[in-house]
Design a protein around this ligand. Structure first.
Ligand SMILES: [Zn+2]
Length: 261
């Protein structure tokens, strides 16, 4: 499979995103049978929804001089315009193999939680691990990550905090054998891997990609009770994918999300 196709598996990209790594032409679009999704959809005569972040806008507030609408909410990731399209290809499995090289030992308590997670994460689960800083919650999720990866699945780790992402990326790169992309702000340094670390906004560039999405420091601003990012989580995970929230505290919205599961 060529690079453009690989980089589109499980992703939701605008033509300008794709142009960053490929000279995009209509010919490529047709040959490769990319799935084309309208960037914005009219909800009714007055409202229009952005299909990247899910925000519904009043048309007159977001109308451009050329007559098309745009989404101000997810502008940070590049402007979405109603006369443009997203491109997507369905996610594919990775090769089934062992990636974990960490040989450390969990405490009895950590092991209990690790085992419980491995048993409970099956299909479409939402789980919350509340652990104080320094309780070793990263090591507690290693077995779970390995379980998904060894079956050819994909795992995403997201946090609203860039410092948390950088630290997670360093630790996972040390403790797993695969190359792991670290995605943050505008630059798209993506390459295909079964394990991806990203800031929470980057989730909006994925569609039905992950068997397991882990959200660290979910209580940190700006993720806290942010409708756009809960929308992103639901879209970025596979339809039967799982969500695991790691947090030191909890929020009303989060509690409701978990109870729904
Ligand atoms: Zn948007």
């Amino acid at each position: 499979m060529n690079l453009i196709l690989e980089n589109l598996l499980g992703r939701l990209l605008l033509e300008k995103d794709i142009s960053a790594f490929y000279n995009f032409t209509d010919q490529v679009n047709n040959e490769n049978k990319l799935i084309k999704i309208c960037a914005m959809t009219s909800v009714n005569a007055n409202k229009v929804r952005c299909n990247r972040c899910g925000t519904i806008h009043i048309k007159t507030n977001v109308k451009l001089p050329i007559g098309a609408f745009f989404c101000p909410t997810c502008l940070d990731l590049g402007r979405v315009r109603s006369d443009e399209y997203f491109y997507h290809l369905p996610q594919q499995d990775f090769s089934e193999k062992t990636y974990l090289r960490w040989t450390g030992k969990l405490t009895e308590n950590q092991e209990k939680i690790s085992n419980a997670l491995c048993q409970q994460i099956t299909n479409n689960q939402k789980l919350l691990v509340q652990a104080v800083t320094g309780a070793g919650k990263t090591e507690m999720i290693y077995q779970l990550i390995e379980q998904i990866l060894s079956h050819g699945g994909s795992v995403g780790l997201a946090s609203p905090r860039i410092d948390v992402c950088i630290e997670l990326h360093q630790r996972l790169s040390r403790d797993f054998t695969c190359q792991i992309p670290l995605l943050y702000h505008e630059g798209d340094s993506y390459f295909r891997s079964p394990l991806v670390v990203m800031t929470s906004h980057q989730l909006l560039r994925f569609k039905e990609a992950f068997d397991l999405l882990i959200i660290d420091e979910v209580d940190a601003f700006p993720f806290r009770d942010n409708d756009m990012l809960y929308f992103a989580l639901e879209n970025a995970k596979k339809i039967n994918g799982n969500l695991l929230y790691l947090t030191a505290t909890s929020t009303d919205k989060l509690d409701k999300q978990i109870k729904k599961a």
